[in-house]
Each structure stands twice: as C-alpha cells, then as structure tokens.
Design a protein around this ligand. Structure first.
Ligand code: GLU
Length: 515
C-alpha cells in the first residue's frame, strides 16, 4: 500500500458561470479524491486560472465558489468565501493564478537560461504574414523558429532596444512524445507536429500551458483529471515537464459531452450553465446524479445515487472513452423523480419563489412563514393542496406556475370550442354542463365522496367524456390536468359553480353567433 496522497484539482478559468462539463470535471475529481484504494484519502484543490486578462468577468470567482457550495462539492485547498470576502486556505497557495505571476516569469526565465526556451522578437505583422504564406502553401500554421537561434548578443541588443518579446519553448525536433492516459491508454505524437509554443506573452503574463504545468507541479498534483478537449494540449504539457525536469502527473481525460445528435455540447450559457439549471428548478441532487452518469456507469444498472453513494461506488476504471450524450429528457425524468420524493412541505417551500416569480402569489417572506399568522398558514395549506396535485407531473420547479395558473386567476382563459368533447356537440355540451351545475347545487356535502358519486351518476347517464371533459376545461381551461374532482374540491363549491356557469355562458354566446 502506497502512502502517497491523491492530490487533484479543478482549475476553471472564471467565465462567470459553471458549464455542466465543468461540473462533471469537478465532481469526478471530488469523487476520485475520496477513493482510498492503495492511497490515502486525497485532497481536492480549487485553482482559479485567470491569466487570460481579456476574458475576466467581475465576480466570477465568488459565483463559482457559491455554485460549488450549492452543489455540495467540498474542496480542501483554494479560495473560499468568508462572508463576501475571498480567503485562501492551503499550504500551496495562492490558488489564484493572477497572484502568482512572478513565479511563472522566474521559471520561464530559468528555461531561457538553460537554453530550453528562447526570446522571440517577431512582430505580429511578421507572424500574420508567415501564417498567410503557410496557408497558401497548405502548411500547418506554425512558428518558423526564426528567433530560436539568435545569439546571446542579438538578444541583449534587442532587449536594450526595448523590443517587445515573448518567450517560446524550444520544442525538441523529431522526438516521439509518449504519455499514458488512464482512459485513452498510450498516446504518442511526434514533436514535429508541435509548435514552439508561447510560454510568456509580451505583456509578461503566462499562457495557460505554462501556468497550468507550473501550478500542477508546485501544488503536487498527482492526477490531472479534465475534459478531453484538453488532450491535444497534453503533449505540450509533457514537453514542459521534460524541460523543467519534473515528473508528469497521471493524465486522465474525460469523454466529451455531446448533444443528442452527437455534435459537441453547446457552449451557449442558457443551455449548459449549472446556474441556469438551478434557476429553472432542477435540484442540486438530481444535477449531481445526472452529471455523474455522463461518462461513468456503475457495475449494475442502478441509476439513482446521492453524493455519498457516488463516493463509494465511483471508479475512474469505469469511465468510458466514447463521448457521453447529454440527454435532457433523462435529466427531466431524474429531476421529476427527486421532486416526487420530497415531502409536500419541502416541495411547497421550494415552489414558493417560482409562484412569486410568475406573480401568482405575493411575496411570502421566510419570516412570515415562521411566524404563526393564521392568514399565512391558511394560504400555505391551500398552496400545499394545490402543489400535491402536481407533484407527480412537474419535471422542474419552474413548471409549477404554468401548470396551476388556473387556481390563481378569476377565470381561466380558453376558447369555448375547447369545452366540446370530440364525440359531442355544442348543444349537448350545454345540456351536460347544466346537469353538472344542477347536481352540484343539490349536493348536501361538497366532499370527495359525494362529488364523485354525483359525477359518476351523470357519467353513466350521458358518458364519462361528455361530463368530465367540459368539467375539466371549465375549471382549468386546459386539455390535461389532475382529476377535475380534486380541482373542484380545492376551488370550493362556489367557485366551481361560477366557472361552470361561465362556461355555459361562453357556449350560449357561440350558439347565438352560429344562428
Ligand atoms: N483553465 C482550464 C479550463 O478552463 C483548465 C484545464 C485543465 O484542467 O488543465 O478548463
């Protein structure tokens, strides 16, 4: 048994929101850090890769920390929030790359001093021209190495003239670069196909490759677990490890995420941002469960897992190589399943902001719910009755307003034709609706039992379709809904009868129009 501790990291560039692919990466890192087969339980690090100064988004790091917290993903080192302030914990910090720039500069210089990297003074005009020529000659775009062999004196002179420069890696020529990836096996590429990559830009900031490799080494990362889109960068990283004389970590590239048509999963925020899924009312538990199965599957066909079950069962060995399809229908199904398991109290609490958002109810503050105000409690109990009717039907919390809007309005909005059942006609529908009204008026007691009985009798006398179809439409304005008797009971006798009369009136108007 090795004593070596697993150290993994999630290293996002803070774009302002978390892509579902990023959630999967951090989740797999988290789950792997909990494995202890041959290793001690590991450490997960959050590292912010913010060296691309043009793409900085204010508040992005805070947002990221908050989302990870919401998803229940805990890490041990990196930036954390203390109130609204970012603090950092861990022996290998700072964990925000913009705070480590001197380290990158010094190490890039070290490579230059050792002849493994070089100053390049080529102007952007020259590089554009070079690219054009390569395009015309159908050659791959590549730096031609012009500055690679400048003499020490030439470099000195250029520096004295304050010519802008970048530092490039002197990629060894005609060398086979081989590395082992836990999922992809041996990957091999000839260094001929690798550009003399820029390590330090002319503004003194490092490129992703340089900062990423230096940090993985200094932070003692044992396994680099990241998306397959980074696989093409790995030979460059391997070369950097070689240049520094450091040992590479174990590489693990997770399968691509694909749309149902097998195209690469969209990058559009609205479709793939974890924050947007949460806002639509997907639960953190179902998102975690769903994302866990994007590329990994257990030994059996179990599909429902919570985070702690996942930590027990997850294994990188069962991560597939083939792309994983992001199946929205499966996510809806899974979220619906989790919603069904909630107690009605929990579900109502979660639905409140959505009902408020849809302006179906006023703001019920958390405080008010706590204070025993009879008025509010009545309202909540009434809401609970409604919400329970939809618990089986909603796929996400934001569906709730759309489905039960008719409870909150004076009259549902629908066209009179909708009241007519497919095997009936206008005058028959009027007759049936009047019969329903009459039998409801005659009811001694407006409860489930009496209501069901009365409607059953009418259903036998006419037909179930002729009775229940217009009843449903009159009460809800919709073709589909929970059982109309349940709805009538929540609306109460008066409102039910009013809606039925309203329906008759609509049809009468139509009857006269037709004459
Ligand atoms: N900063 C890179 C990203 O945005 C990190 C890639 C890696 O994990 O090496 O995903």
């Amino acid at each position: 048994m090795s004593n070596k501790k697993i150290r993994v990291r999630f290293a996002p560039s803070p774009t302002g929101w978390l892509h579902v692919g990023g959630l999967r990466t951090v989740l797999y890192n988290f789950l792997f850090s909990h494995q202890s087969i041959g290793w001690q339980k590991g450490t997960l690090i959050l590292r912010i890769e913010d060296t691309d100064r043009q793409r900085l988004v204010p508040g992005a790091t805070k947002n990221l920390i908050k989302v990870l917290h919401q998803m229940g993903i805990k890490y041990q080192e990196g930036p954390f929030l203390s109130g609204e302030k970012i603090i950092q914990k861990g022996k290998f910090g700072p964990y925000i790359q913009s705070m480590r720039v001197m380290t990158y500069r010094n190490l890039a210089q070290k490579l230059v001093d050792e002849g493994k990297a070089y100053y390049c003074f080529c102007s952007s005009e020259r590089l554009i021209q070079l690219r054009k020529e390569q395009q015309t000659n159908k050659l791959p775009p590549r730096y031609d190495g012009r500055c690679r062999h400048l003499t020490k004196q030439q470099v000195k002179d250029n520096l004295a003239k304050h010519l802008p420069y970048v530092i490039r890696l002197a990629v060894p020529r005609r060398q086979e670069i081989k590395f082992h990836d836990l999922i992809h096996g041996i990957v091999s590429i000839n260094s001929q196909d690798i550009d003399d990559q820029i390590l330090l830009k002319s503004d003194g900031w490092p490129t992703y490759h340089l900062a990423n490799v230096i940090d993985d080494h200094l932070m003692k990362i044992t396994h680099v677990i990241r998306g397959e889109e980074w696989l093409p960068s790995t030979p460059k990283h391997v070369l950097l490890y070689q240049a520094f004389g450091w040992q590479s970590p174990q590489w693990v590239h997770l399968p691509l995420l694909l749309n149902a048509d097998r195209s690469k999963l969209s990058k559009r925020q609205g479709d793939v941002a974890v924050e947007d899924f949460l806002a639509k009312g997907y639960l953190p538990t179902s998102l975690i469960n769903f994302v866990a199965l994007l590329g990994w599957h257990p030994k059996n066909d179990q599909e429902i897992f919570n985070l702690s079950e996942l930590t027990k069962q997850f294994s990188l060995k069962r991560v597939q190589k083939a792309g994983a399809i992001f199946d929205q229908e499966k996510l809806d199904w899974m979220n619906g399943r989790y919603l069904k398991q909630l107690s009605i109290k929990q579900l109502t609490k979660l639905c409140l902001p959505y009902l408020q958002q849809d302006k179906l109810i006023g703001i019920i503050s958390k405080q008010k719910i706590k204070i025993i105000a009879t008025q509010e409690i009545k309202k909540i109990l009434w809401l609970q009755k409604i919400i329970v009717l939809f618990q089986e039907r909603i796929k996400k919390l934001s569906d709730i307003g759309l489905l039960n809007k008719f409870f909150f309005v004076n009259q549902p909005d629908y066209s009179p034709e909708l009241l007519i059942w497919k095997k009936s006609d206008l005058s028959h529908t009027i007759v049936c609706l009047n019969k329903i009204i009459q039998s409801l008026i005659n009811l001694k007691c407006f409860n489930q039992q009496h209501l069901n009985l009365a409607l059953k009798v009418l259903g036998k006398q006419y037909s179930n379709g002729e009775i229940f179809w217009p009843l449903r439409v009159a009460l809800t304005g919709m073709r589909q809904s929970p059982p109309p008797t349940d709805i009538a009971l929540i609306l109460g006798k008066d409102k039910t009868i009013t809606r039925l009369r309203e329906a008759v009136q609509k049809l009468n108007l139509n009857l006269h129009k037709n004459k």
